[in-house]
Design a protein around this ligand. Sequence first.
Ligand SMILES: *Cc1c(COP(=O)(O)O)cnc(C)c1O
Length: 368
Amino acid sequence: MGNIGETTLEIDLSALAHNFNYLKAKLNPNTKFLAVVKAFAYGNDMVTIAKKLEKLKVDYLAVAYAKEGVLLRDAGIRLPILVLHPQTINFSELIDRCLEPSLYSPRILREFLKKTSQKGQKDYPVHIKFNTGLNRLGFWESDVDFIQDTLEGRDEIKIVSLFSHLAASEDRDEEKFSLRQIASFQKINTSLAKRLGYQPMRHMLNTSGIVNYPEAQFDMVRSGIGLYGYGNQPEIDNELKPVATLKTIISQLHKIEPHESVGYNRAYTSDGYRTTATLPIGHADGIGRQYGNGKTHVSIHRQKAPIIGNVCMDMVMVDVTDIDCKEGDEVVIFGDGNSAEDFAKSANTLSYELLTAISQRVTRKIKE
Ligand SMILES: *Cc1c(COP(=O)(O)O)cnc(C)c1O
C-alpha cells in the first residue's frame, strides 16, 4: 500500500463530479450552476477544482475577493467569475482580469462606475446584491430608485444578475423567514427589472437552498459546500461524497506510565499504562485547539484514537493504547470514513470552518 509519508490532503475529483451531478439533477433544465470556489475551494485546491468544474461545464464561478479571481485567471480559467465581496482598491485589477464584481452598496456602485468610466468601459458585467434579511452585505429594497437613478444614461456597466442570500437555508425551523426573504427578493427583482427595461439573471440559493427551496431556483444557483461533499443535513451527506480526505502518519509512539502528563501545560494525565502516538499536524495546519483534550478522535486502521492534551502548533498526540499500530502508519484525520462534519461538530463548529482552515503548508494530492 502506498504510504502518503507526510500530512496530505487527498482531493478526489471523481467525488467532485459525483456531487456536481447530484446537485445538478435537482435543478430545472434551464437553471444555471454557479460553483463557489472561494477560500481555495473550501480548502481544496482552487485551481485544480476550478479546472475540473470547467470541464464539468458549470456556468459560473464565484470567489470572495478579487485576489482569488486573479489566481484563477493566471491559471487560465476562462469561465465568468463573480467576485462576491470586492474592495475598491482592487477595482482596476478586477477589470483588467475580466472579473465580475458584486456591487453591494451605494459607495461600491459609485466607485465602480467611476473606475469603469476612467478605464473607458462599456457594458461591463456586474451583479447587484440585495440584503433580504441576512443583514450582512447588500442594497436594501429602498435602494432600487437610487440604483436606477444612478445608472440613468450611463453605459459603462451592465447588470447581468440580481441576487440575494438566505440567512438560514439549512434550518427548517426558519422556513417562514426564508420564504419571506424569497418573496422580498422577488419583489425587488420585479420593480428593478421594470425600471431597467430588461431582466437580469436572478439567483438566491446556496447548497442547502437547493435542497430545501427548489421553487426559488430562479435562473441560477450558487453551490459551495455541497460540491465538496457536505450538505448540512444527514440525508444529503449520505448522497454526497467527501472530496477532501486529510491524512497523516504516526511520527513516534510513546509508552506512558500511570500519572504521567502529555503535552503542553500537562493538560492530559494518564490514569494507567498508555500508548500515545505523536502526529505531524497541529493548529498551524488547521486543526485548532478546540479539537484537543479528548473532544475529537482521528482514525487509525479504522479505529478511533482520541486527541489527548492540548493541540500544539505542529503536532497532536492521540491515544492508541488499544490500537495495533506502528510508527509510519497512516492516520485519517477526516474525510473518507471519518466525516469532516462529525469531526467539526465534536468541537462545536462546522465542516465549512474545518475545511477552509487547512493551511497551505499541507501537501495537496489530486486523485483523478
Ligand atoms: C459562500 C457563499 C455561497 C455558497 O454557500 P454553500 O452553503 O457553501 O453552498 C453562496 N452564496 C454566497 C453569497 C456565499 O457567500
